[in-house]
Design a protein around this ligand. Structure first.
Ligand code: TGC
Ligand code: FAD
Length: 394
């Protein structure tokens, strides 16, 4: 017998401050009304909806957690909720905002000097300048310390050479945060430093990578650096070593930990609605025990992921969140979302592979999310190292 149904048996709203609720509600409304109707078309065409950038800016999504410079100054939970709503529509749209915010604006904010901040942050918050983050290389993915991109001092400039690969937004970026090895006076080993490489600098190019079957509404490219002359004023002065890029990744991975919950909610809600409408053997799919088990597994996993995100968000607010805890959040929530997407796809049967049902797109996207910002395995090893004291990376 059918009775009243309730899609979620957990509600974090009572644990949110008034401002967090308002931010969440307005992000949810914008994403549902503005992004959801256009995303399937862009995904199929393999295009990033660039016209949305000023709208992301008006919503305060760009640089959202930063204070000043025209940024919204959201607390970590409010920021996480905006990531959740963006990724409930599409991981690629969340990626655009993540990269701009956590991987470009954040390092300028945290490691840059005042002139660099004034130059880039307000323009990036307004969506008038777009950024990208160049760490990965053709021969250097999970092990970024093995990068080959290098910078050599030449008078008051640096000359950069190398290649970065798989770079979100690079073909449309006005500025690239590029990580390169530099030989510094008095140090036997080269040290990793960050540079702001600007569109138009001779020798800097950003060819697009075509043929992706995942994250199709996000634009991805390479960064090619051929004797690019970069003034010393474009060096990020506040950090050196691998902890520079890894510090940025900790910010971005936190947002992904929330975003993945959105993707999971998106596919779960689709599957739940579909299972109530679709009849086979004279009853709704939702009435079969096997379907209910799938729905319950998704529902419970989403609830637990949300509680982890909220708890870690509150720790971050108090300055207590560690990078290993962020690895946990990214690893488990993305794996959970990918499992949900596969399960939801099965509940939709043949319709599950169609773009109009918004499930297969999430499934394909999440394969990238599982790999970027530290693969699932890298985060397993980072957590394993923390709890055992044994390094199993090499
Ligand atoms: P290790 O010896 O562990 O650390 C070197 C230095 O870094 C510090 N550190 C961190 N700092 C901040 N946050 C973290 N998560 C950190 N992890 C380590 C560490 O304290 C140390 O500092 P210091 O002062 O002692 O020098 O380094 P390792 O060589 O053993 O490497 C560790 C490992 C494998 C975990 C790291 O290399 C790693 O995370 N690899 C994965 C690479 C990765 O995530 N790449 C992502 C590229 S960007 C991207 O995918 C963007 S997608 C964007 C989108 O579209 O959304
Ligand atoms: P590899 O490092 O070669 O790994 C291949 C496999 O081996 C994985 O399963 C991995 O977990 C496993 N493996 C590696 N080392 C170990 C080990 N020690 N123990 C056990 N298993 C191991 N990068 C950027 O810098 N900026 C971006 O904006 C960006 N955007 C991206 C967008 C997209 C669409 C994609 C697909 C990637 C993007 N990346 C970006 C790159 C991404 O971060 C890398 O793909 C990721 O770090 C993995 O590197 P890799 O692809 O070289 O895989």
């Amino acid at each position: 017998m059918a009775s009243a149904s309730q899609p979620y048996l957990i509600d974090i709203t009572p644990d949110l401050a008034e401002e967090e609720r308002l931010v969440h509600a307005s992000a949810a409304d914008f994403c549902r009304s503005r992004l959801l109707p256009i995303i399937a078309e862009h995904y199929e065409a393999g295009t990033f909806p660039r016209e949305l950038v000023p709208e992301f800016a008006r919503m305060g999504f760009l640089g959202a957690p930063l204070e000043g410079y025209g940024c919204a100054g959201l607390n970590p939970v409010a920021y996480g909720l905006t990531m959740l709503e963006l990724e409930k529509v599409d991981s690629g749209l969340r990626s655009f905002c993540s990269v701009q915010t956590a991987l470009v604006m954040w390092p300028i904010f945290a490691y840059g000097d005042e002139a660099q901040k004034q130059r880039w942050l307000p323009a990036m918050a307004r969506g008038e300048a777009i950024g990208c983050f160049g760490l990965t290389e053709p021969g250097s993915g999970s092990d970024p310390g093995s990068m080959r991109t290098n910078a050599r001092k030449d008078g008051s400039d640096y000359i950069l050479n190398g290649e970065k690969m798989w770079i979100t937004n690079s073909p449309i970026a006005d500025v690239a945060v590029v990580w390169a090895k530099v030989h510094e006076d008095g140090r036997p080993e080269p040290v990793i430093r960050g540079f702001l490489v600007e569109r138009g600098m001779p020798g800097f190019s950003t060819p697009e990578i075509h043929g992706k079957l995942s994250l199709r509404a996000s634009i991805t490219g390479s960064i090619v650096l051929e004797d690019v002359r970069v003034p010393a004023s474009n060096l990020l002065p506040g950090v050196s070593g691998l902890k520079g890029p890894l510090g940025c990744l900790t910010q971005a991975r936190y947002g992904i930990g929330w975003g993945a919950i959105g993707a999971a909610m998106g596919v779960y809600e689709r599957a739940l609605d579909y299972s109530k409408d679709r009849k086979q053997f004279d009853r709704p799919l939702a009435g079969f025990q096997l379907t209910q088990q799938k729905l319950v597994e998704m529902h419970n996993a989403i609830g637990k992921s949300l509680l982890l995100a909220l708890h870690f968000g509150r720790l971050k607010q108090r300055g207590k969140l560690t990078s290993t805890q962020v690895s946990w959040l990214k690893r488990d929530n993305v794996a959970m979302a990918l499992d949900c997407a596969r399960t939801a796809r099965s509940i939709l049967g043949g319709n599950g592979i169609m773009g109009e049902f918004h499930v297969m797109r999430h499934l394909c996207n999440l394969e990238t999310v599982y790999t970027y910002e530290g693969t699932h395995e890298v985060h397993t090893l980072a957590i394993g190292r923390a709890i055992t004291g044994e390094d199993a990376f090499t």
